[in-house]
Structures are given as C-alpha cells and as structure tokens.
Design a protein around this ligand. Structure first.
Ligand SMILES: Nc1ncnc2c1ncn2[C@@H]1O[C@H](COP(=O)(O)OP(=O)(O)OP(=O)(O)O)[C@@H](O)[C@H]1O
Length: 245
C-alpha cells in the first residue's frame, strides 16, 4: 500500500520543459531518501505526492485513490519545510490542534497527541510552550503533528536542512524509529548524502526529472568505485549515478 506516480508529467507555467516527463515511481517500504542535484525535481515530486501540485497528465494515487481526493490525505501526510510554533500553545496542544484540524474529535486528538510526541522522543516536552523549542525540537514537533492521525506514508522535504550533525542524527533516528513502530513508509529528500544514505532502507536518485537509481542502500553504496574510503562511499556512489548515466 503506497503512493504511486503513473506516467506523470508536470510542467511549471512559463517553462518549456517539463520537470517530470512521463514519470513512473512508487514509494518503497521503510525509509527512502530522495537524492538529486539542485533543480532535479525532488521538491516537485514531493509536492505532487502531497497533492499540493497536480500533474498535467498521469496520476498520483494511494491504493487507487487519486491525490485530489479527500481520502488520499488521510493516508498520506507530510511535514511542511517551515514549522511555526503556535504562540501560547503547549506542544501537546499544538499537535492535538493539528489532529482536530485533520478531523479527529477532541478526545482522540488529545490522546493521540501524547502518543505522537512520545514517538518522536518529545514526551518530556509535552507541556512546554512550543515557542520555547529549539529548531531541531520544533521539527520533531512537526513530525508528531504529521503522525497524529493514522497515515501510512510520510513525506519530508529536506527536513534536516540547517541542522547541526547532532540534531541530524537525532532527527533521523527518530524518523527510523517512528517508521518502524508505525510500519509507515517515509520519503525524505535531502542534500546530506554522506551521512543519510547509510541509514536509509532505500535510495532514489533523481536527476533532470529522471530516476537514475531506485533500490536498496547496499546496492547504492556498492556502486562507489573500488578503493573509496568507507566514510565517502555514499558521496562516491551518488556522484556515479548523477554524472555517469
Ligand atoms: N514555482 C516554480 N515555477 C517555475 N519553475 C519552478 C518552480 N519551482 C521549481 N521550478 C523549477 O523546476 C525545476 C525543479 O525544481 P525542484 O524544486 O523540484 O528541484 P529540487 O530537486 O527540489 O531542487 P533543490 O535541491 O534546489 O531544492 C527547477 O529547474 C526549478 O527552477
């Protein structure tokens, strides 16, 4: 049960070339990182999957439900790039409020907000004002808000941008644990090739709107040239797929 792109073409207004041209893809199981150079089409792909954009031709579906339908958004959730702390609300209130906006009743939203915060290691901050969180904590609050209802697919567009290495590690551990606990699929774009590829289950590399690699992390790393130092395998494999095809 996943999000599928079937023969999708998307072109921005006033651009001759489509960003995605007859693009077919499905979000794999577990945690997938979406890599690609600037302008490759990662954000466009994620925006189509979130239903913010609609393809001019082709379809984006979850189990046959089109991305424009209300039911689609029950299964597919996303974290915005910029999380805003709601003034005056505690973390639990902010997450519960999101649940309520998504159609949950107040009691369920309140209970599930506590569970979602625990899932992202924020239980101890439940009663803290959201405006007092650090940047890394605020993104985890964003993940809790995205997970407050029972979604099956979670989309994240460069969620670790601007984080320091420690925050990045905490964040991706949280995502991996949440994905495993809830059995959801996660698609996460990133430029942090070096330290993320080794943690993901799956890697998709996009360049010029085309998929250059879509497979397991081990297969991805194995494409690094012989003799590449261990710490640089992901970067070397990425360079191979982006520049040699
Ligand atoms: N609103 C828009 N209007 C016109 N062109 C756009 C718009 N948004 C993106 N583009 C163009 O579409 C192409 C793909 O952009 P997209 O943001 O999907 O790439 P990306 O892989 O996410 O890039 P980055 O890594 O820089 O965020 C780029 O050439 C970009 O300039």
């Amino acid at each position: 049960m996943t999000v599928r792109f079937s023969d999708c073409t998307y072109r921005y207004k006033r651009r001759n070339r489509p960003v995605l041209d007859h693009f077919t893809y499905q979000i794999p199981e577990g945690v997938t990182i979406l890599l690609g150079p600037n302008g490759a089409g990662k954000s466009t792909t994620l925006k189509l999957a979130t239903s913010v954009l609609t393809p001019q031709s082709g379809r984006v579906t979850y189990e046959g439900v089109g991305s424009g339908e209300r039911a689609y958004r029950r299964h597919v959730s996303w974290m915005p790039q910029h999380i805003t702390a709601a003034p005056g609300l505690t973390c639990r209130e902010q997450v519960a409020y999101t649940g309520w906006l998504k159609g949950m009743n107040r009691t369920d939203a309140w209970t599930r907000a506590r569970e979602a915060l625990a899932l992202v290691n924020m239980a101890e901050n439940a009663d803290k004002k959201a405006t007092r969180l650090s940047g890394g904590q605020l993104r985890r609050l964003g993940v809790a808000a995205a997970l407050v209802h029972d979604c099956r697919v979670l989309l994240l567009d460069e969620p670790t941008a601007g984080m320091d290495p420690t925050q990045r590690r905490v964040f991706r551990d949280v995502i991996a644990a949440a994905a495993a606990t809830k059995g959801i699929r996660v698609l996460m774009s990133t430029h942090d090739v070096a330290d993320l590829a080794e943690d993901a289950d799956h890697v998709t590399v996009l360049a010029d709107g085309r998929i250059r690699y879509d497979g397991g992390t081990t297969g991805f790393l194995s494409q690094a040239p012989d003799g590449t130092p261990t710490g640089r395998l992901a970067e070397a494999a990425y360079t191979h797929f982006v520049h040699s095809v």
